[in-house]
Design a protein around this ligand. Structure first.
Ligand code: ADP
Ligand code: MG
Length: 679
């Protein structure tokens, strides 16, 4: 492929408000491969504009510009990026080294952009620095280098990817004349030895003296051309006949900035403003803490409620009589309400006959204030009867295992179950709980009037409980005591049980059984409906608290966007340099979105940790409180399941990423020529 540069009638004008500025007005120029051309002319004559067009940083208004067979005048962004990345090396007046990178890393940038692996590019960059005489400055930062050293580093960077064309805009403008001469000597050697086409903009006659040809620009036109005879005979130039052959431009896919490098760059950039980025991440952190703590409680409490309801059994249906509204305001406001349909033993039999019912357990309560004394052999102790629903069935987290004998199971029952506290008082030396089981005790019931009656009962089991005076009393005994207390032998047949627990075969039968129960004019309530209601309340609570976290995250997103906008402003010039060195717009965008996502992710990680800790602390405090209140057996209330941990991290990163989208698009859209001018 011919490496010739062919420029014909090239024009570039800028619209500055109402005014048209003609930077180039019809340039015709042919530059042969391996030529060293100096562009000179007064300030504003269009030298930089021409150089930028040659580098594919800018597009002409009209005319043609061919470089090595590529029509740059109508090449799209991709082609111009590839042109910069593979064929061109830029050298700037102000060096434009990236301040946070060492000399080696700066030189390696074009290789990084071309997707060369880290080991190879470090090696090649070091070799190139050696070549420009900076072998002893490899790991120095730009601020630690002199002007001449910085420019030599920039020359190394321009050469590292083997370009066929070097474009230098006033490379000695910021150097003293001795150092400038050194750099020009270096460039001249490269041009001579490697046959690289060299185009140098300068207004220094001494610098122009190095060139084969000096092109004078004036008012955007070629005013004069001088061909200079060099000290060496043309024939003596070893490469004169074999100028640098252009490398074929690799496919874009095979030479792309790797994501590992993008992530590394993003991390490094975050490290440049640690305080600012930490503060920004702090916004995300607060949002994630709120979210994680709240959701973890929602999950934990829901789990705990579910677990406790499940130990009771979701197949249970609680059957109560219905009470007539009208009957309530009858003559005697103090009379107990009469049920529409009392749950008599007949009804219990009917309940048992409903298909899908496995157990029917009636419950009967003694009136409060019944004075009971239990006598076992020679000991007499005052006792009270547990209320079925209150203690036995709703022991949250409690284990339903008897300490001795057995507990009341499903169905009708008789006898008496002692609590361990009470059993302890009854034990005589050497006896175990099991020795109490099977013994016959008497219960003495005393009416307020003073009459008393004795009932016999058998101890059937002992269960765990702190209480030292509670017994569970069988239905037979309870019914007998009630009949005597009210002096109504048929009280059970007439008034019925207080309630009945009906157990369905399985969860699927619960609805059908409930309906059958309702047809008997009874009220049926399953734990499932209660659980559903509880879950709804919990979900609502979770949603409410979650939205507080979401609001915090929204504010955090604005913070991230703001930080990224500031970062772009600060790094405008750097973005221009990266673009000049061959970074594609998409890569710049990816770099900034990655950075924003990282801010989010960092906030997310710490938010997750702190949120989990906060949950644990509140959990601990809640347990302290509950234990003080006498509630035990509650499991962990703050639970962070894997989906919450991973989800919150992804969410945090996503917040950052979304917030970074617009700033990143702004960065990607930056015009490289403008960006390079930015101070
Ligand atoms: P030189 O490098 O020879 O000093 P330039 O090529 O930078 O000159 O500029 C040539 C002319 O074009 C100047 O008048 C300059 O003001 C104008 N110019 C260059 N770039 C722009 C731009 N982006 N917008 C408007 N005018 C511009
Ligand atoms: Mg200029």
């Amino acid at each position: 492929m011919d490496n010739t540069i062919q420029i014909s009638n090239l024009e570039r004008h800028f619209q500055r408000g109402e005014m048209d500025v003609w930077a180039l007005r019809g340039i015709d120029l042919t530059i042969t491969p391996g030529e060293f051309v100096a562009l000179v002319g007064p300030s504003g004559s269009g030298k930089s504009t021409l150089l930028n067009l040659l580098g594919g940083l800018d597009r002409p208004s009209s005319g043609e510009l061919w470089v090595a067979g590529l029509p740059l005048h109508n090449a799209d962004g991709k082609a111009r990026t590839a042109h910069r990345r593979h064929r061109v090396g830029f050298i700037f007046q102000s060096f434009n080294l990236l301040p946070r990178l060492t000399a080696v890393e700066n030189v390696a940038i074009p290789l990084t952009l071309a997707g060369v692996n880290p080991a190879e590019r470090a090696e090649r960059a070091a070799a190139m620095l050696q070549k420009v005489g900076l072998g002893h400055r490899l790991d120095h930062y730009p601020t630690e280098l002199s002007g001449g050293e910085q420019q030599r580093t920039a020359v190394a960077r321009a050469l590292i990817h083997n370009p066929s064309l070097i474009l230098a805009d006033e490379p000695t403008g910021n150097l003293d004349s001795a150092t400038g001469a050194e750099v020009m000597g270096l460039l001249q050697t490269l041009n001579k030895e490697q046959g690289i086409t060299l185009i140098v903009v300068t207004h220094d006659a001494d610098v122009a003296a190095y060139a084969d040809r000096v092109v004078h620009l004036k008012d955007g036109q070629v005013a004069k051309e001088e061909r200079r005879t060099r000290d060496t005979e043309p024939g003596a130039r070893p490469d004169a006949d074999t100028p640098h052959s252009p490398q074929p431009i690799p496919h874009a896919s095979s030479s792309r900035l790797s994501f590992a490098d993008i992530a590394r760059t993003a991390l490094r950039n975050l490290g440049r403003r640690p305080v600012r980025n930490m503060l920004t991440a702090g916004g995300v952190l607060i949002g994630i803490i709120t979210l994680v703590a709240m959701v973890s409680f929602g999950v934990g409490v829901q789990k705990e409620v579910q677990r406790n309801f499940e130990t009771i059994g979701l197949e249970n249906i609680f059957v109560n009589p219905m009470y007539d509204e009208a009957a309530l305001d009858s003559f005697d406001p103090f009379a107990p309400p009469k049920p529409q349909q009392p749950i008599t033993p007949d009804i219990v039999a009917k309940l048992r006959a409903i298909p899908g019912v496995t157990a029917v357990t009636p419950q009967l309560q003694l009136p409060s204030g019944v004075d009971l004394t239990m006598t076992l052999q020679d000991q007499s102790l005052p006792v009270r009867v547990s209320s079925d629903m209150g203690e036995r069935n709703f022991q949250f987290g409690g284990v339903n295992e008897p300490l001795a004998g057995q507990l009341f199971g499903d169905g009708e029952n008789a006898g008496m179950v002692l609590t361990s506290g009470l059993a302890d008082r009854l034990l005589t030396g050497g006896q175990a709980y099991a020795d109490l089981v099977g013994q016959t005790a008497t219960l003495t019931v005393k009416l307020p009037r003073g009459e008393s009656q004795t009932f016999t009962t058998e101890i059937v089991g002992v269960r765990e409980s702190f209480s030292s005076r509670t017994i569970d009393l069988g239905l037979d005994e309870t019914a007998a005591i009630l009949a005597w207390w009210y002096d109504r032998p048929n009280i059970l047949a007439e008034d019925g049980y207080n309630m009945v627990v009906v157990r369905a075969q399985n969860l699927g039968m619960v609805t059908a059984v409930s309906e059958a129960i309702q047809e008997l004019d009874l009220q049926a309530q399953s734990l499932e409906t209660i659980l559903d209601a509880a879950n709804q309340v919990l979900s609502l609570l979770q949603a409410l608290l979650g939205s507080v976290g979401a609001l915090a995250l929204l504010v955090a997103a604005l913070g991230v966007a703001n930080t990224m906008m500031m970062a772009i402003y600060e790094r405008t010039r750097e973005i221009g340099v990266l673009k000049a060195l061959g970074a594609a717009s998409g890569e710049i965008r990816l770099m900034f979105t990655t950075e924003a996502a990282l801010i989010g992710l960092i906030g997310g990680v710490f938010g997750l940790i702190l949120g989990t800790l906060l949950g644990r602390v509140v959990d601990w405090a809640a347990h302290r409180y509950l234990i003080n209140q006498g509630v035990t057996g509650i499991g962990q209330l703050s639970v962070v399941p894997p989906w919450l941990a991973i989800g919150s991290l992804i969410f945090a990163a996503l917040i950052g990423l979304l917030a970074g989208l617009y700033p990143a698009a702004r960065a990607a859209r930056l015009d490289p020529v403008q960006a390079l001018r930015h101070e």
